[in-house]
Design a protein around this ligand. Structure first.
Ligand SMILES: NC(=O)c1ccc[n+]([C@@H]2O[C@H](COP(=O)([O-])OP(=O)(O)OC[C@H]3O[C@@H](n4cnc5c(N)ncnc54)[C@H](O)[C@@H]3O)[C@@H](O)[C@H]2O)c1
Length: 459
C-alpha cells in the first residue's frame, strides 16, 4: 500500500506523536538495561527503512518489550511507510533524515537497527555504538573490509553489542541441522562437500514512485548521482558488492559454520554477462576449500540472476548422508542416508563398518518420520548401469519455524541486551564471512586463485 504524506501526518498526529523537526524528545540518559530483567523495555530506532528495514520492523513488532522510538531515513517515502507502520502497531516514533540528529535527540534509545545500503553500515553502526547504543546491522557488514574492521573495533572499544544480520544463524531449523545433526550426532560422518545456490529470475532494475523522486541536491548530499543509482545501489561498486555479496553472503557464511573453519582458498568465475549496464557481475560460480578437523572439504557456490532454477538452498554432503536445507522449507528440508551406511541388523558388523539405523534418530525426535524416495527408482524402461548409486530415502527435518525468518535473530540480539546472552552473529563472525565473500569478486576480477592466511580472518 502506498501512503501519502497526508496519511502519514494524519496518523502520527492522531496518535500524539510529532516529527522530530518540531520536538525535542527528552528522556532518561540511555540507562543500561538490567541484565536478567527480560521484561524490561528496549527502546529501539531504525536507520534505513527500505525493503529490508520493513521486513525487520514486521518481525520486531512481534517481540514483547520492544518499543520503537525513532525512524531515520533520507527518503520521505521510506520515512512515511515505516512511520505509518509503526504508528499502526502502537509505537510513537519520531522521524529523522539525519542519523546524527536522531542520536543526539533520542536520549533514551538502547539499540539501533541499521538497514541502510551496505556502504553506509560502518558510518551508521560506528556512530550508534559511539553514542552508547547497541547495534543490529544488516549484512553485508560492509562493502570493504577496512570499514568492516572498524565496526568490530568500535564494538570492542565502546563495549556495545554488534549483531550482523546473517539471520540463519538464529534459525532453529539451521541450528538443529548443523549443531544437533551434523556436529553433535555426526549424522553425515565426514562432510566432504557442500553445494549452495541462489538462483533467481531475470528482473528489471528497481523503480520509484515519480512523485517521491529526490532532488539532485539531496541525492548528491547522500552520495548518489541519480534516483536510479539510489534505488539500484547493489549493482554499483561504490555502494554494494553485487549478487555474490548480497545473496551469497548468507550461504557462504553457512559453510564456515558447518566446517568449523574459515576457507583456505577460493577460485571463481563470473561476469557482467547479461545486464550489460550493471557494474557488478550478474553471475558468479566459485569453489572454496576448507581444512576441517576431519580433513579437506570443498564447497561450490553459485548465484545466478537470469534463472530461478532450484531457487535458494544449501546442501551438505557427507560420507554417510546428506542434508538439503533452505530458509524456505519446501525448497530444502531433508536428510538422506547413503545406502551403504544403513544398518544391516548385525550389531558387530554395523559397528565395524560405521553403519547406523536412522530410525533410532526418528524415535529420538532428531529426524521426522515421513520418508520419501529422493532418487527415482529405475524402471524396466530405464537403463541404469552399475555406476548408479542406490536410491536414497529422505527424512524431513523435524523443526519448524513458526515466525518470520528474521525474528529469532532479532530476539537473539534483544536477549543479549536484556539478559546478557551470547550473540549468534557478533561482528567478528560477520567479519570472517565478509573476508570470504568479498574475495569472490576479487577472484573473478583477477581470474586468480585466492589463498587465505588464517590471520586475515582475525582482528
Ligand atoms: N538479511 C536479509 O535477509 C537481507 C535481505 C535484504 C537486504 N538486506 C540488507 O539490508 C540492507 C538494506 O537493503 P534494502 O533491500 O532494504 O535496500 P533499499 O534500497 O530497499 O533500502 C535502503 C533504505 O536506506 C535508505 N538510505 C539510503 N541511504 C541512507 C542514509 N545515508 N541514511 C539513512 N537512510 C538511508 C533508503 O532511503 C532506503 O529507504 C542492505 O545492507 C542489504 O544487504 C538483508
Amino acid at each position: 500500500m502506498t501512503l501519502t504524506r497526508r496519511d502519514f501526518l494524519k496518523s502520527i498526529t492522531a496518535a500524539g506523536a510529532t516529527v522530530a523537526a518540531s520536538r525535542w524528545a527528552a528522556g532518561a540518559e540511555n540507562a543500561p538495561l538490567v541484565p536478567g530483567s527480560s521484561s524490561e523495555t528496549v527502546n529501539v530506532a531504525i536507520i534505513g527503512a527500505g525493503a529490508q528495514g520493513r521486513i525487520l520492523l514486521e518481525s520486531a513488532k512481534n517481540i514483547p518489550g520492544i518499543q520503537f522510538k525513532a525512524v531515520c531515513d533520507v527518503w520521505d517515502y521510506s520515512q512515511q511507510y515505516a512511520g505509518n507502520f509503526l504508528m499502526k502497531h502502537g509505537h510513537k516514533v519520531n522521524v529523522y533524515e539525519d542519523y546524527r540528529e536522531m542520536l543526539d535527540k533520542e536520549k533514551d534509545l538502547h539499540a539501533v537497527i541499521v538497514a541502510s545500503p551496505d556502504w553506509m553500515h560502518a558510518e551508521h553502526a560506528n556512530a550508534c555504538m559511539q553514542a552508547e547504543r547497541h547495534v543490529y546491522c544488516e549484512k553485508e557488514m560492509s562493502n570493504t573490509l577496512e570499514k568492516a574492521r572498524t565496526m568490530v573495533e568500535t564494538s570492542r572499544s565502546t563495549k556495545k553489542l554488534l549483531q550482523i544480520g546473517h539471520q540463519r544463524r538464529s534459525n532453529p531449523r539451521y541450528i538443529h541441522a548443523f549443531n544437533k545433526l551434523i556436529r553433535d550426532t555426526n549424522l553425515l560422518g565426514r562432510v566432504t562437500h557442500a553445494n549452495a545456490q541462489w538462483n533467481r529470475s531475470k528482473s528489471d532494475d528497481i523503480g520509484w514512485p515519480k512523485k517521491y523522486a529526490l532532488s539532485t541536491e539531496r541525492l548528491s548530499k547522500y552520495g548518489y548521482s541519480s534516483m536510479h543509482e539510489f534505488r539500484n545501489w547493489r549493482w554499483f561498486k561504490k555502494f554494494g558488492g553485487g549478487p555474490i555479496v548480497d545473496l551469497g553472503s548468507h550461504q557462504i557464511d553457512l559453510f564456515s559454520w558447518v566446517f568449523g573453519s574459515n576457507p583456505k582458498s577460493v577460485i571463481a568465475s563470473g561476469g557482467v554477462d547479461f545486464y550489460t549496464t550493471h557494474e557488478w557481475y550478474d553471475n558468479v560460480m566459485c569453489i572454496f576449500e576448507y581444512d576441517t578437523p576431519k580433513g579437506v572439504s570443498r564447497a561450490f557456490y553459485q548465484v545466478l540472476t537470469t534463472t530461478s532454477n532450484g531457487g535458494f538452498k544449501e546442501t551438505f554432503m557427507g560420507e554417510n548422508g546428506n542434508i538439503v536445507i533452505s530458509e524456505v522449507p519446501p525448497v530444502g528440508n531433508t536428510a538422506t542416508q547413503e545406502a551403504q551406511n544403513k544398518a544391516t541388523g548385525n550389531p558387530e558388523e554395523d559397528l565395524k563398518y560405521g553403519r547406523s539405523d536412522w530410525e533410532l534418530y526418528v524415535k529420538q525426535g532428531l529426524l521426522g518420520s515421513t520418508r520419501t524416495p529422493i532418487r527415482p527408482v529405475a524402471t524396466k524402461n530405464t537403463n541404469v548401469d552399475a555406476r548408479v548409486s542406490a536410491q536414497l530415502e529422505g527424512y524431513p527435518l523435524p523443526i519448524e519455524l513458526a515466525k518470520p525468518a528474521h525474528q529469532p535473530h532479532l530476539e537473539n540480539f534483544f536477549d543479549a541486551i536484556r539478559l546478557g546472552t551470547k550473540l549468534n552473529c557478533p561482528g567478528e563472525i560477520g567479519y570472517e564471512t565478509a573476508v570470504a565473500v568479498l574475495a569472490c569478486n576479487e577472484a573473478v576480477r583477477t581470474n586468480q586463485k585466492i589463498e587465505f592466511k588464517p590471520s586475515q580472518f582475525t582482528i
